[in-house]
Design a protein around this ligand. Structure first.
Ligand SMILES: Cc1cc2nc3c(=O)[nH]c(=O)nc-3n(C[C@H](O)[C@H](O)[C@H](O)COP(=O)(O)OP(=O)(O)OC[C@H]3O[C@@H](n4cnc5c(N)ncnc54)[C@H](O)[C@@H]3O)c2cc1C
Ligand SMILES: NC(=O)c1ccc[n+]([C@@H]2O[C@H](COP(=O)([O-])OP(=O)(O)OC[C@H]3O[C@@H](n4cnc5c(N)ncnc54)[C@H](O)[C@@H]3O)[C@@H](O)[C@H]2O)c1
Length: 503
């Protein structure tokens, strides 16, 4: 059995840990059952943002008349869009080739499953298996679409974000599309396909679109989608699917009054949320504990309940975003692979994790919602300002009272006047949110035990100190220690740190 210092399972954000361990000359095994690069590169953030960026530009052109720009017959060319997004996805093999060049790294293409507390079998596509043993094991296996039990769905066929960026990628936009789920995936795909000329119907279980946003933002986005003739059915149960000729017919039932209806389309996108990729890992052979939803329980140092096993990213069930997964991987890399004394260790805090949905316009938030702040006992005041009330909003052509006039809503503690949360819907919300993320994350923090019963000797020592850390707003490191959802801003913060460290 081959022995390693470090075994990495999954090649999304966990690659950051691999990079740090490689720099420390550890013997590293990297195991991946799919394409190297994980969800973000192959079927998530990056290909969807290639599509969304094109769709955004089309929407801006459509709206340009109000500031004096007209362009007749602007359309979205599917072939160009497809070529450009596959060009990015096709960078995946280069990631594996990059790791293969290091003499202290072995990459494995196969499914990892534990055979003992520190032993892992890697089963390849041809059914053969190899067994490895690791001193430190990092689980970053992500999640996948949680397919609902829906009579007729399997027989009729459907797409998910996984199969769309795979064997089912369409040669041209669908004529019509039903989207099951009104969360970020459902809304981003609806935006793209409406822009591409598809008749889109969203069937959403919740009474709101994007229910993790403030209610006013959900309502605003509903109006934008309806203005674009997207048929949004809220508060619906999905009952069954059947095929009629070239169409798939979905029967839905209103959850309040029980009335049923049918919606029909060429294709169905299933986007009702994700579940963790833990079932293939055979964690019953380890001491790793799962929560009731199957996510791996982790503490603030990303330790699991098993000695020498850490878990990060979507698989630990805390805010499934790439910037959050990166943040956790950076913490692990810093603590374990940068020769830091324990007293300089970092830990994860989840109270300001930003979220952006790349619809048109974008939604973005960080910190508490108004309801969440009240539940925590704050005496809350809110401040709302519309784009039209700002010079830039005027320049963009937003009119007071218009249905597309976006806004920012700040949640403020009346007593201390501190900002508790910021919520934005409108042009470039993904960029406008960033100062608020930095403000909420800066300052002096004391380690806050998450799952106090998960504690290595190191974690217990640091909790007992108790450890404090100051994020100085003027330190270059603060930029890279603060979660940054916008892809370009995120690259700038990484670049800033690497530039500084090289000097
Ligand atoms: C359509 C879509 C759009 C998104 N857009 C955004 C966005 O704009 N911004 C954002 O922040 N987030 C976005 N996300 C979420 C983001 O992609 C994820 O939060 C992030 O990629 C999770 O990273 P991870 O490292 O936890 O896991 P992943 O990147 O999912 O990596 C896990 C890897 O582990 C592998 N694996 C699983 N089980 C095993 C096993 N047993 N053995 C070996 N390998 C295994 C998988 O094949 C996979 O490659 C999007 C997600 C989707 C689906
Ligand atoms: N821009 C981004 O950061 C981005 C983009 C896409 C996805 N993601 C992440 O990926 C994860 C998955 O996204 P998602 O949109 O699938 O998940 P989600 O859980 O956020 O939203 C799913 C929605 O589907 C609805 N739903 C659930 N079951 C349903 C059913 N049977 N019929 C109809 N509606 C149903 C829910 O009410 C919910 O609002 C999310 O957690 C998200 O944060 C992030």
């Amino acid at each position: 059995m081959k022995q390693y210092d470090v075994i990495i399972i999954g090649t999304g954000a966990a690659n950051i840990i691999a990079d740090a361990a490689i720099r420390q000359h550890k013997q590293v095994a990297i195991i991946e059952r799919g394409r190297f690069g994980g969800t973000c590169l192959n079927r998530g953030c990056i290909p969807t943002k290639v599509m969304v960026t094109a769709a955004n530009l089309l929407c801006e052109i459509r709206e340009g008349a109000r500031i004096g720009i007209t362009a007749e017959n602007a359309t979205l060319d599917w072939d160009t869009l497809a070529r450009r997004l596959w060009q990015k996805i096709d960078e995946s093999p280069a990631i594996q080739a990059y790791y293969d060049q290091f003499p202290n790294v072995d990459t494995y293409n196969g499914t990892a499953s534990f055979t003992g507390k520190k032993t892992i079998a890697v089963t390849k596509a041809d059914g053969t298996a190899e067994e490895l043993e690791g001193r430190q094991i990092f689980i970053g296996t992500g999640g996948r679409t949680n397919i609902p039990v829906l009579p007729g769905l399997e027989e009729c066929g459907y797409i998910t974000s996984e199969t769309f960026f795979g064997p089912k990628f369409p040669g041209k936009p669908y004529k019509s599309l039903i989207v099951i789920g009104g969360g970020p995936i459902g809304c981003e795909f609806s935006h793209v396909f409406e822009a591409a000329g598809t008749q889109v119907t969203i069937v959403q279980h919740n009474v709101r679109l994007l229910p993790k946003e403030e209610p006013e933002i959900s309502a605003f986005m509903l109006r934008q989608f309806q203005n674009r003739h997207i048929d949004v059915r809220l508060n619906q149960d999905t009952i069954s699917v059947r095929r009629e000729g070239d169409e798939k017919v979905l029967t839905i039932r209103n959850r309040t009054d029980g009335t049923t209806a049918e919606v029909r389309a060429e294709e169905i996108l299933v986007a009702p949320g994700i579940r963790p990729m833990t079932e293939l890992l055979q964690l019953e052979h380890t001491d790793v504990r799962l929560d009731s939803r199957g996510y791996i329980e982790t503490n603030e140092f990303l330790e699991t309940s098993a000695d020498g096993i850490w878990a990060l990213g979507d698989v630990n069930g805390r805010a499934p975003f790439r910037h959050k997964a990166n943040y956790e991987a950076e913490i692990i890399a810093h603590n374990l692979f940068s020769h830091m004394p324990r007293e300089n260790w970092r830990w994860a805090q989840y109270d300001a994790v930003p979220a952006v949905t790349y619809t048109y316009p974008e939604t973005a938030h960080t910190g508490l919602t108004e309801e969440g702040a009240r539940k925590q006992g704050y005496d809350v005041e809110t401040a709302v300002n519309h784009y039209s009330a700002s010079a830039k909003g005027y320049a963009l052509g937003y009119e007071p009272g218009a249905s597309d006039d976006g806004f920012i809503k700040l949640i403020i503690d009346k007593t201390s006047k501190q900002i508790l949360g910021a919520h934005i819907v409108g042009h470039e919300a993904s960029i406008l949110i960033q100062p608020f993320v930095n403000l909420l994350m800066c300052g002096t923090h004391t380690v806050q035990p998450l799952r106090p019963d998960i504690a290595s000797a190191d974690a217990q020592y640091l909790r007992d100190l108790p450890l404090t850390r100051t994020l100085d707003p003027r330190s270059v490191y603060t930029l890279s220690e603060t979660m940054t959802p916008h892809p370009s801003l995120s690259e700038v913060t990484m670049w800033t740190r690497y530039y500084y460290e090289k000097k």
